[in-house]
Design a protein around this ligand. Structure first.
Ligand SMILES: [Mg+2]
Length: 309
């Protein structure tokens, strides 16, 4: 579990310096390890909104258990630059997330926080769902789906984003248990199937039938669209034999490099464990001790919540 959480943060930090670079640019100058500066002029090891929101979610679960409005309160604290940042500064935030937090801050009811249009399907809820996936691991599949959809809906309330989060939450705990990825994917699909409405089936088809991992690299996109992000992460995790190679492949797809690498890092970290994360990458992480302590506390909390597994 620690590998999953730290794997996400480390992936984010590695992707930050080259966010928005194209695949062509990165194939000429591929990322092979920790870099600094670049897109946001941040020092090496700086993690972004992906990790901030993931850590805020983890902190909420540690202190309050399952309490989605408390998560939102913490997201607002982050957006104000008051917590969950590596250097006290917010340098990156998605449009849907910012809009949702603004609606919350302005006193809108919870049903109006998350964007519901088809355009509100960026990867901004998928990138922060891993802590919830671990926390809800012992619940029934239907409960896991319900919780993940609700927590996605804080910022991303369109069914497509919600279903991608639910799929991820069904999948991650199986990987932590050591299930092979292909088997875990088919189990997650089976459990998600009853909740997928007809109009979302086609767009999620290659994830649900598992065929995405067989796609050629040319068919995989590292964009900020939630379906691309989930597809790319599954593909990178399936096609590379280590945490290190999966995360670097995710970054070198280009576009939304930090988030693709963060989601891939959660998957590969769950599959290979904390020991598989290169020590040099962990050492470079900004506020490393803070990140590690928070992740360790969530893992302890998960064991308190569900000691059976
Ligand atoms: Mg980011």
């Amino acid at each position: 579990m620690l590998g999953c959480l730290l794997g996400a943060v480390v992936g984010d930090a590695l992707g930050v310096p080259v966010e928005f670079r194209s695949r062509e640019q990165l194939s000429a100058d591929p990322v092979t390890g920790v870099r600094g500066h670049g897109t946001y002029h941040q020092p090496p090891g700086t993690w972004s909104d992906d990790s901030s929101l993931l850590l805020a979610t983890a902190d909420s679960l540690i202190h309050n258990g399952y309490d989605p409005p408390d998560m939102m309160a913490r997201f607002l604290t982050w957006l104000k630059g008051q917590a969950y940042t590596p250097h006290g500064e917010v340098f990156d935030v998605g449009i849907a997330t910012r809009s949702a937090i603004a609606r919350y801050a302005n006193g809108a009811p919870p049903s109006e926080w998350g964007g519901r249009s088809e355009r509100d399907n960026g990867n901004g809820s998928l990138m922060r769902i891993a802590p919830l996936a671990l926390f809800t691991r012992a619940l029934s599949p239907a409960e896991i789906v319900r919780c993940s959809m609700e927590v996605s809906g804080l910022t991303h309330a369109h069914p497509r984003s919600q279903l991608c989060c639910a799929y991820f939450s069904l999948l991650l705990p199986l990987l932590v248990l050591g299930w092979p990825l292909a088997r875990a994917m088919s189990q997650a699909s089976r459990h998600l199937a009853p909740f997928v409405p007809e109009e979302e089936r086609e767009v999620l088809e290659e994830i649900l039938d598992g065929s995405i991992v067989e796609a050629p690299a040319s068919a995989i996109r590292g964009s900020g669209y939630v379906v691309h992000c989930l597809e790319a992460s599954l593909w990178c995790a399936a096609r590379h034999p280590s945490y290190e190679q999966a995360v670097l492949a995710a970054i070198n797809l280009g576009e939304d490099t930090d988030t693709t690498a963060s989601v891939t890092g959660a998957l590969a970290g769950a599959m290979y464990g904390r020991a598989a994360i290169p020590e040099a990458w962990l050492r470079a992480l900004a506020s490393r001790e803070y990140v590690e302590t928070l992740c360790e506390r969530l893992v302890e909390r998960v064991y308190e919540e569900s000691p059976r597994r």
